[in-house]
Design a protein around this ligand. Structure first.
Ligand code: AHG
Ligand code: MN
Ligand code: MN
Length: 322
């Protein structure tokens, strides 16, 4: 039985990074216990406010954000943090070495139907500038020193990379510890399963229409095999399925908001998931470039995403090149 702390020590993770990760997971255990109370506490439904993306915040978006913020600031290890639910960066401990970005509750539209949600986080090194600013966060995803998510499902799981493969841990509620349950996971290169919100089909660009059209044509079409489809509407749960049993996931550009490249956020969703997916042998691209190579322009930037099984991502990109 390997606890998170022992596994991180065994893989020579720096002591301060271990402490930071443990602060994040402590916050997530706190979020999990709030989620478990569900309708027993007055925490379901809307908070009656909007975030910077113009999305209605759920009470639990705000509560989860506040919990993470408190643990991160208290850790003393974070120079500043950036969150999907904060308009601007939040400075914390001057001279600290790390920056943290997070989506406190991903898939929060699932809360009111008691379905899966998660917390996604990314850790960067803080440049040693005199005063911390948003500029310090604008580093390509490849610079992440660690990334992961906690999935609040039938069991609570932590999926983590510190740049040396991907490990999965399950929360043992009886002792309050994350235990390593699946080490060094890898994504099969080929797949017969895809995840996309099909209701947006008519808004997609032509290459995506043709690619998904060919998957739907199954064994009678050019791909000559039948594909299955899944959509949890929480990226964290869709990516978790792909890490467990393979598949392709996309949230592509669509014409509803033509000036935005996609729905997902680069710094809070695509980059951390991207590091996990690449570390597990999968691929993550926009419709033209590797997500992890993007030079961010602002912290709330959005991006189109195609990720998962390496050969299937390459297949999808071919449609975009022709
Ligand atoms: P969030 O709840 O943090 O705003 O993120 C939701 C995102 C992502 O997790 C998911 O893949 C996608 O939105 C679902 O979008 P649809 O509502 O279009 O299905
Ligand atoms: Mn999200
Ligand atoms: Mn969110």
């Amino acid at each position: 039985m390997l606890r998170l702390n022992s596994q991180l020590k065994a893989t020579n993770t720096p002591a301060d990074l271990i402490t930071l990760i443990e602060n994040i997971t402590a916050a997530c255990k706190d979020i999990a216990s709030n989620l478990h109370r569900g309708a027993l506490s007055d925490m379901l439904g809307s908070a009656g406010a909007e975030n910077i993306q113009g999305e209605t915040q759920k009470k639990l978006d705000v509560i989860s954000n506040d919990i993470l913020k408190e643990y991160l600031i208290d850790s003393g290890l974070v120079r500043a943090l950036a969150s999907e639910e904060e308009d601007s960066i939040v400075p914390a401990q001057s001279n600290a070495h790390y920056l943290v970005t997070f989506d406190p509750l991903d898939g929060s539209s699932n809360i009111d139907i008691n379905s899966m949600v998660g917390t996604i986080f990314s850790i960067l090194e803080a440049p040693q500038t005199a005063e911390v600013s948003e500029q310090d966060f604008l580093q390509p995803g490849r610079n992440q020193v660690a990334a992961g998510y906690v999935l609040y499902g039938p069991s609570v799981m932590l999926v983590l990379t510190t740049g040396d493969g991907v490990d999965m841990y399950t929360l043992d509620q009886s002792i309050g510890e994350f235990i390593l349950t699946n080490g060094q996971v890898s994504i099969e290169k080929d797949t017969k399963e895809f995840a996309i919100n099909m209701s947006n089909q008519r808004f997609w660009a032509d290459p995506m229409q043709r690619y998904i059209g060919d998957l739907l044509a199954g064994s009678d079409g050019p791909r000559a095999k039948n594909f299955n489809m899944r959509w949890v509407a929480a990226m964290v749960a869709d990516v978790h399925r792909i890490l467990c049993r393979g598949g392709l996931f996309s949230y592509p550009w669509d014409s509803r908001e033509p000036n935005k490249p996609g729905k997902l956020r680069l710094m809070y969703e695509a980059n951390p998931m991207g590091l996990l997916v690449e570390q597990a042998g999968g691929a993550i691209y926009t419709d033209k470039e590797p997500v992890l190579d993007i030079q961010p322009e602002h912290i709330h930037q959005r991006v189109s995403v195609i990720l998962g099984a390496a050969n299937e991502v390459a297949e999808c990109l071919k449609y975009h090149q022709n």
